[in-house]
Design a protein around this ligand. Structure first.
Ligand SMILES: Cc1cc2nc3c(=O)[nH]c(=O)nc-3n(C[C@H](O)[C@H](O)[C@H](O)COP(=O)(O)OP(=O)(O)OC[C@H]3O[C@@H](n4cnc5c(N)ncnc54)[C@H](O)[C@@H]3O)c2cc1C
Length: 280
């Protein structure tokens, strides 16, 4: 089997979509290989995770390309290749977060009272927002490493950083973008891709009716302060399903994002991710 590490810089390209529409079954088959791949690596999420069942066995199959990573870069790369008829195997070290739930069970760790599901193979939490809390060491969603005196965090699981991210989708202004990125990366060219990613991940700004809720007081206070200080203010756009947020606010769904869940996963499913979009 020839191995290639597909580049994480692959961009979302809507132009060929009609020509190379993905076969749903084919792509599901691709993502289904993930369990086998992680088993081969010896870091099976299931072996180390919550269920402790033996990882599933799959018959060996030949694939043209192996993508190591199921995060933003990896999942989009894999989807675009499959759309063009190139079979792909994704290797992801983290586990899937689609386990069946018993009544009253939650998929992800609580934010305020984290358990092992919060953190990747560590016996304490790693987010430097308070004291490190003791947890069970297992294959949780957020990995923290000390690099050059700093704590570096990344999401670890099927969907990569999109499991742990805040869902904030900022489209940088031209002058800021050009200050940061080398000239080989074209701001003009990327506009199309920003729009496609926004469509896929459901980018939307905070609706007025939701902003009126108590738990969004901080947003209203910030707006007032900005207006008083004559600072330009606009709500940040996020990959959020606002209907689920409305259900949380109405008590139809247990509060999740409305009580601060984000970096350890959002139990109501209100936050968008590549596991439920590009990788589906
Ligand atoms: C807490 C947090 C909040 C964030 N919030 C936002 C936000 O609101 N908005 C925003 O734009 N960005 C946010 N980010 C940043 C964003 O998540 C990252 O920029 C993005 O995920 C990087 O994408 P990636 O494809 O490079 O890798 P990732 O999405 O990090 O995916 C990498 C994947 O590869 C897997 N992997 C790594 N090494 C191996 C290996 N050897 N074998 C198998 N698998 C491997 C990892 O387990 C992981 O699943 C946030 C990040 C964190 C940590």
């Amino acid at each position: 089997m020839s191995k290639k590490r597909a580049s994480n810089t692959s961009l979302d390209c809507p132009t060929n979509k009609a020509k190379h529409d993905v076969s749903r079954r084919k792509f599901i088959k691709v993502s289904g290989t993930l369990g086998a791949a992680s088993g081969v690596l010896g870091v099976s999420g299931q072996a180390l995770g919550l269920t402790r069942k033996a990882p599933p066995r799959y018959a060996p199959e030949h694939r043209e390309v192996i993508v190591v990573d199921s995060g933003f870069g990896g999942s989009i790369t894999a989807l675009r290749l499959v759309e063009r008829g190139v079979p792909v195997t994704i290797i992801e070290q983290g586990r899937r977060w689609d386990q069946p739930l018993k009544p009253g069970e939650k998929r992800f760790s609580e934010n305020l009272y984290p358990d092992g599901r919060s953190t990747w193979l560590s016996s304490t939490t790693v987010v430097p927002l308070g004291p490190a809390l003791p947890i069970r060491k297992t294959t949780g969603v957020l990995q923290g490493r000390r690099l050059a005196g700093k704590t570096v965090l990344n999401g670890t699981g099927y969907g990569g950083g999109s499991i742990a991210w805040g869902g904030v989708m900022v489209k940088p202004e031209e002058q800021i973008f050009k200050k940061v990125f080398p000239k080989e990366i074209s701001w003009e060219e990327l506009q199309l891709h920003y729009d496609e990613v926004a469509r896929r991940l459901g980018r939307a700004s905070l609706p007025d009716d939701v902003a009126d809720a108590d738990c969004y007081t901080h947003v209203r206070v910030m707006k007032e302060h900005c207006e008083r200080a004559d600072i330009k203010w606009e709500p940040i756009s996020t990959s959020t399903n606002w209907d689920i947020v409305r259900d949380e606010l109405a008590g139809k769904t247990p509060a999740a994002i409305t009580k601060g869940e984000a970096i350890y996963g959002v139990n109501s499913g209100a936050k968008g991710g590549t596991d439920r979009t590009y990788l589906k």
